[in-house]
Unconditional design. Structure first.
Length: 321
């Protein structure tokens, strides 16, 4: 079993209480999602950052695409596997102007994106993508309007745009928040300071869900944040942090857990506010953490001594092939 099918099995265990393969478990026949609109950062960026800023180099794309494919990953991302499991083509990045097809969705994610804009730290002067979540939302709102104008005009571009009814039937996926935490840490905020910012970060996230709901979105699929304390960059940057038995930095995993608990609560409140919406909280943290606690059982032996490989792996933890 390759790492990705392992992860999807985990997701299917978490979501559907089954141990069989995700591809077979995902109820695509009953759901019929005609499109995916994705919001996020590098973990689900199918070409936005690359289109806006830099052409990616090898080894990105090597194992699946045979060349850099706009993903900070040697192969496919979760969002790619999600598209495949729904029988949809890979998502074009909204920011890409070459060889796009948005009829089955669009990807608004860009690497290093945050939920809240870290004013002092934006590309090209800093590290964060300027396309933070509220801007990704505005791009979506504009896309929704203009794609329909293009469809009405007909001609060669019309077939590249989604139908109007697609927007209410589509799956809206989110994988964002990790950079709000890590970038604050790398700007030397203390863990206590970052924890204090979580309610505001999560409120901003909820606002985006509400705005999308008001534009007609109904199906939301929200990944929680990964075990940050296992990221090599965290381990290297904060070497004195207390360690868990698997070698991850405990306070940073607790920080991720705190974010996840508040995110989960916020989604529960949104479910009450919007009973017509389906809002799924996906516990990626647990699925990924289990790769550390049971690396061999999951067919994914992590070479703990290969820091570089791990660093690469942690950039896009769910990236397989
Ligand atoms: C765009 O994608 C849709 C859905 O997969 C497909 O039917 C259509 O032919 C594609 N258009 C082009 C120009 O490739
Ligand atoms: C989209 O169109 C609606 C109706 O014309 C308008 O109210 C809204 O401001 C537009 N949104 C964007 C982002 O252009
Ligand atoms: C964070 O602290 C380190 C060590 O004191 C320092 O070298 C670095 O410049 C600081 N970074 C920021 C963004 O303040």
């Amino acid at each position: 079993m390759d790492p990705t099918s392992t992860i999807f099995s985990f997701l299917s265990v978490l979501l559907f209480g089954s141990t069989t393969n995700f591809n077979h478990d995902f109820p695509s026949e009953s759901c019929h999602f005609p499109a995916i609109f994705n919001f996020g950062a590098s973990n689900s960026d199918t070409g936005g950052y690359a289109a806006a800023f830099i052409q990616l180099q090898s080894p990105n794309g090597n194992t699946f695409f045979g060349m850099p494919a706009g993903r900070f990953c040697d192969g496919r991302l979760i969002v790619d596997f999600t598209a495949e499991s729904l029988d949809l083509p890979f998502l074009s990045s909204y920011l890409n102007s070459l060889a796009i097809n948005f009829s089955h969705g669009a990807d608004f994610a860009t690497a290093t994106s945050t939920i809240r804009l870290p004013m002092a730290d934006v590309v090209p002067y800093g590290h964060a993508s300027p396309f933070y979540l509220p801007l990704q939302y505005l791009q979506f709102a504009q896309f929704k309007n203009r794609s329909q104008i293009i469809r009405r005009h007909g001609g060669i571009y019309a077939s590249l745009m989604p139908r109007e009814e697609t927007f209410s039937k589509a799956l809206y996926t989110f994988d964002i928040g990790q950079n709000d935490l890590t970038q604050s840490l790398f700007l030397n905020m203390t863990i206590v300071q970052v924890i204090a910012a979580i309610p505001d970060i999560v409120n901003h996230f909820s606002d985006i869900i509400k705005n999308l709901y008001n534009l007609g979105a109904r199906s939301f699929w929200v990944y929680n944040t990964r075990p940050l304390g296992c990221f090599p960059k965290i381990l290297i940057s904060f070497p004195l942090a207390e360690k868990e038995s698997v070698g991850c930095a405990k306070p940073y995993n607790l920080l991720a857990q705190r974010f996840n608990a508040e995110l989960k609560n916020a989604l529960a409140r949104l479910r009450i506010e919007f009973p017509l919406a389906t809002i799924v909280y996906v516990d990626l943290y647990s699925a990924l953490y289990s790769l550390y606690t049971h690396p061999t059982k999951n067919g994914n032996k992590i070479p703990k001594d290969t820091i570089l490989l791990l660093f690469y792996f942690s950039l896009n933890f769910l990236c397989a092939n």
